[in-house]
Each structure stands twice: as structure tokens, then as C-alpha cells.
Design a protein around this ligand. Structure first.
Ligand SMILES: [Zn+2]
Ligand SMILES: [Zn+2]
Ligand SMILES: [Zn+2]
Length: 295
């Protein structure tokens, strides 16, 4: 039997990770004391049927994330390709790790939307890494299926998602195996806008449109009351509470849905919190570092 494609969750936090710089909330303080409570910004590691290694998003914690992903500490997995949903900090912050001062990689293929590639390629550090052959950037159309490496046994597809677009545009990424498909949608402004963009009435129809079996979706905040002192309307995300309201309880034929991109302020981070229990009672999940999905 041919080995399948495996997708490992390498990070579950919002861009800042946990503990977040400059934050002394209880959750961040505990994570300073206890390494096991640390959460890295969202990222996925994908192993193709040919054994090739690919990541989605490249974070400041690439070093720890490659160790988590690898089955053998003497043979760390080194990604051959990187696919990036959008240019907000946490999704691209680790790109410099491929450069001369750290890994001095050779020709890592980096996939982005057209708009994001144009913006990305203009950065002086990226120009240098391209010149030094550490990375090669490639643009992909929204909805176009592509294999990040020929013969890897799965395809990727960027789909457009309404999200704050100061730096470029935003994609969700669909990972298509032979039989199953994963949606990775770490950031969106609201379900209303996303559903309207795709002319769908509800989340189930949206997921059905792309034949999604597992959806890893934006769970940044639990509620709007979470960030005292910050205007949450300037950082719009649907709250998990909203998503639960829209989804209701999981029904038998529904895809699996799991929340990630969790802000340090989100109580769903805590195993055993009543908010997390509620998510689970509804039949949905919260992603954990090290979770593996098979395609
Ligand atoms: Zn983000
Ligand atoms: Zn905090
Ligand atoms: Zn974002």
C-alpha cells in the first residue's frame, strides 16, 4: 500500500504565540514557567507520498517546530517548500531562518498569491535570499491547483478570504490528497464576508463546496470582551462563540472542524476550561501541536 500524505499541526497560536512579547497575563506568565504550555504560531508540516517535506507558514519558532515534526532528533525534517497564506507577521516571520545566517538553505520553493509575491519580493532581506539562492518565490492564482513538488502525492489550492489586507491579500489553503481534503483557514474577518464572497448561506455549504473533510479554522478570540484596552473592531475575527452559534452541534456527516490561531487571551487554550469543554460538547475540536491528520 502506498504511504499516504500526513499533515502535522506545528503551531496553534495567533501570530504572537504564547507567551506573547510584553504580556504578563496569567496564561503568558504560566507559559514562561512551563515549557509545555508554550504555543507557537500556526504552521503545518506536510509529508508527501514520496517522503518530501513541506510547510505551510513559516514562524519565528521554526526551530522548535521542525523538532516537533521530526520523528528522529538526529534527522530533522527540512522543508523543501513553504506555502504562505498572507503576509501578516506570524505567518512569514521565520522566513529569514532559511538564509545565510541560519540554515543557508538551497532553493527552498516559496509559494504565495500574485499580490503577496510582488510585495514579498520587494523586501530587501528577501531580495538578498533570492540572490543567494536560499529561496525561490513562485506565485499561484487563487483556485489553481498545484503540486508544491512534482510527484509529492498531494496538491495545494489557495482560495481568497476577506481579511485585513494592508500588506497584500489573504488566502486559505486547501490540501488535497487522493481521497480527503483539509482546509487551513487561520485568518478571516468574518463569516458574513467569507460566506457572501462565496455566495453561500452557511458554513456547511461553504465547506461542502470544496469537499472539505477536516477544517482548521480561525479561532483567534473566544469572545469580544477578551482584549481590554484594545479596540477589537480593528482586529476583526469571528469569535469562537459566533462560530459555534452558526455551526450548532456537529451532525454525523459533518466534516471535522477544529479551531486554531488562538490568541493568548483565549480561554480555549486551557485544557479543561469551560469554554473548551463547550466546543467539545458541540462535537468540534481545538487543535493541539503534534496532531496528525492523514489524507
Ligand atoms: Zn494571523
Ligand atoms: Zn498574555
Ligand atoms: Zn492576518
Amino acid at each position: 500500500m502506498e504511504p499516504g500524505v500526513s499533515v502535522t499541526i506545528l503551531g496553534t497560536a495567533q501570530d504572537g504565540g504564547i507567551p506573547q512579547a510584553g504580556c504578563s497575563c496569567e496564561r503568558c506568565n504560566e507559559a514562561h514557567k512551563n515549557l509545555k504550555l508554550r504555543k507557537y504560531p500556526v504552521s503545518l508540516g506536510i509529508i508527501g507520498t514520496d517522503g518530501s517535506k513541506h510547510i505551510v507558514e513559516v514562524t519565528k519558532n521554526l526551530s522548535e517546530q521542525l523538532m516537533i515534526w521530526s520523528s528522529n532528533e538526529n534527522e530533522l525534517f527540512i522543508p523543501e517548500t513553504v506555502s504562505i497564506t498572507h503576509l501578516h507577521l506570524g505567518h512569514v516571520e521565520g522566513i529569514g531562518q532559511f538564509g545565510k545566517p541560519v540554515m543557508a538553505s538551497k532553493e527552498v520553493d516559496v509559494f504565495l498569491s500574485h499580490k503577496n509575491k510582488n510585495v514579498f519580493d520587494e523586501r530587501s532581506d528577501i531580495k538578498l535570499m533570492i540572490k543567494q539562492n536560499n529561496i525561490r518565490t513562485h506565485s499561484k492564482n487563487f483556485n489553481q491547483l498545484f503540486e508544491p513538488k512534482q510527484g509529492c502525492g498531494f496538491s495545494l489550492q489557495f482560495i481568497s478570504i476577506p481579511h485585513r489586507s494592508e500588506l497584500g491579500d489573504t488566502a486559505a489553503i486547501i490540501i488535497k490528497g487522493n481521497e480527503k481534503n483539509i482546509l487551513f483557514m487561520p485568518d478571516q474577518d468574518s463569516w458574513e464576508e467569507t460566506l457572501e464572497y462565496y455566495s453561500k448561506e452557511n458554513i456547511r455549504d461553504f465547506l461542502k463546496m470544496f469537499n472539505i473533510n477536516y477544517a482548521l479554522i480561525d479561532g483567534t478570540f473566544w469572545s469580544m470582551k477578551e482584549l481590554p484596552g484594545r479596540n477589537i473592531s480593528e482586529i476583526p475575527h469571528p469569535t469562537i462563540q459566533d462560530s459555534l452559534k452558526l455551526l450548532g452541534k456537529r451532525m454525523e456527516k459533518d466534516p471535522r472542524i477544529s479551531f486554531l490561531h488562538l490568541n493568548h487571551s483565549n480561554p480555549v487554550n486551557d485544557i479543561g476550561s469551560k469554554q473548551r469543554k463547550l466546543v467539545e460538547e458541540y462535537g468540534w475540536g481545538v487543535s493541539e501541536i503534534g496532531d496528525v491528520l492523514k489524507l
